[in-house]
Design a protein around this ligand. Structure first.
Ligand SMILES: NC(=O)C1=CN([C@@H]2O[C@H](COP(=O)(O)OP(=O)(O)OC[C@H]3O[C@@H](n4cnc5c(N)ncnc54)[C@H](O)[C@@H]3O)[C@@H](O)[C@H]2O)[C@@H](O)CC1
Ligand SMILES: Nc1ncnc2c1ncn2[C@@H]1O[C@H](COP(=O)(O)OP(=O)(O)OP(=O)(O)O)[C@@H](O)[C@H]1O
Ligand SMILES: [Mg+2]
Length: 368
């Protein structure tokens, strides 16, 4: 039987106990202040109103959610049960992004992490880590003659598809690049993933692809889009045919998610905003003032793991697992970024944040 860390303990535990511990225990106080900050002093809502709409965003109870979905380390479980993730990304220009996403998934607790990338990127990504399973299967236009394209495309898609049933989640886009032939193949991979009912986190250049081909994700409830400021702007312009409206950020995000048929969108920024079209949650846990590239890649790999965990049978089925995965991923990344910044300050890099993922999760869900 799977056991979890208990979803409902936190609110009463963190608030009630904050009055019963001796104030001299610095670690306890630090932990309490984190928990209370994480809860935003208890869940709270902010109203944004415009002439046309009023929409509420609720600060997510992120720590409870993390505890509720993180499985215990049970000796009866076998390799693979804690998650098998595949990142589709990595080309000549970008080898860091798919590595960051895939290694973050492992550091959080997934059992296996695959990367499907171009032939040039594969030896580089393999050299970063022996932990990753790297498939050099994607092709860019420059390496394929016009007359071979159909055949090569079918081969690429088949190479990924033979693994598809084994994956708990795909992350499409970190460091993918924008080569048209490569993106055509990735469109087919998304269709296969969707056909197999595999959750798909779309990030980076994957968002460039789906923004221009919305049908790929439209109406797929297991799709998660994780746009940064630019990617969000492009989505809003394309789908809502208007500009980003920060005065009604939750309302606009909810209508964007709805218009794309109820996908979940995690809008990254000073606070992360998450919506599946019905509800809007925020995660505002203090992160880091460093904006080094690669933090979004950690986030996409993290969301993939947590969303897979949120679909396990022990998690209450009354909340959308894609939303729970986004909240958990966002909270953990921000806490890890904050820990890394405590020691590294201005020199904080993405690899430093990845090193803090384990400690951040351990603080919330101790392994034993
Ligand atoms: N080490 C690596 O291999 C990395 C690769 N990355 C990949 O690079 C590709 C392109 O991603 P980008 O994030 O650069 O694409 P974007 O379209 O978000 O960014 C393009 C340009 O916008 C600027 N920009 C970014 N955030 C901004 C903000 N908040 N306000 C104003 N301007 C801003 C950037 O400086 C950049 O020049 C993706 O495939 C991504 O995954 C990134 O993930 C970063 C790390
Ligand atoms: N202004 C900010 N203040 C605090 N945290 C932020 C801010 N902007 C982004 N973040 C955090 O950093 C994470 C990554 O967001 P960012 O906008 O850097 O993504 P990205 O551009 O896709 O990153 P990448 O370089 O990996 O592609 C988000 O989860 C968000 O919580
Ligand atoms: Mg990004």
């Amino acid at each position: 039987m799977l056991v979890n860390h208990g979803m409902n303990q936190l609110t009463s535990l963190s608030i009630a106990r904050s009055y019963s511990f001796a104030p001299s225990t610095a670690a306890v106080l630090r932990r309490q202040s984190f928990l209370i900050r994480a809860l935003g002093g208890g869940s709270h809502s902010k109203f944004h109103s415009t002439a046309g709409s009023t929409m509420q965003e609720t600060e997510a109870d992120a720590v409870s959610i993390l505890r509720g979905i993180t499985p215990t380390l049970d000796p009866n479980r076998h390799k693979g049960q804690a998650g098998k993730i595949a990142v589709i990304g990595g080309c000549r220009e970008y080898t860091g992004a798919p590595y960051f996403a895939a290694i973050s998934a492992l550091k959080i607790g997934a059992d296996l992490s695959h990367v499907f990338c171009t032939k040039d990127a594969a030896p580089v990504i393999k050299s970063y880590s022996p932990e990753l399973i790297v498939h050099p299967v994607l092709e860019e236009s420059y390496s394929v003659r016009e007359e071979e394209r159909k055949q090569v495309s079918a081969k690429v898609v088949a190479e990924v598809d033979k693994w598809m049933e084994r994956f708990d989640c795909l992350v499409v886009g970190p460091g993918l690049g924008r080569d048209p032939f490569l993106l055509d193949c990735v469109s087919e991979i998304i269709k296969q993933g969707r056909h197999s009912n595999v959750p798909i986190v779309v990030d980076g250049d994957g968002l460039f692809l789906v923004t221009n081909s919305l049908d790929l994700v439209h109406g797929y409830p297991l799709a998660v889009l994780t746009p940064n400021v630019n990617e969000y702007k492009r989505l809003v312009q394309k789908v809502l045919k208007c500009e980003v409206d920060d005065a009604d950020a939750p309302g606009q995000l909810a209508s964007l998610a709805k218009q794309i048929g109820g996908v979940t969108i995690l809008r990254k920024g000073r606070s992360d905003l998450i919506s599946d079209g019905d509800i809007v949650n925020s995660v505002s846990i203090y992160g880091s003032p460093r904006r080094c590239g690669g933090q979004g890649d950690i986030l996409s790999g993290s969301v993939a793991v947590f969303l897979s965990w949120a679909r396990q049978p022990f998690v209450a089925a009354d909340r959308n697992p894609t939303v729970l995965g986004c909240i958990a991923g966002s909270a953990l990344l921000r806490k890890a970024a904050s820990l890394a910044f405590e020691t590294r300050k201005r020199s904080t890099l993405t690899t430093d944040i990845i090193e803090c993922l384990g400690r951040s999760l351990e603080d919330i869900c101790p392994a034993c």
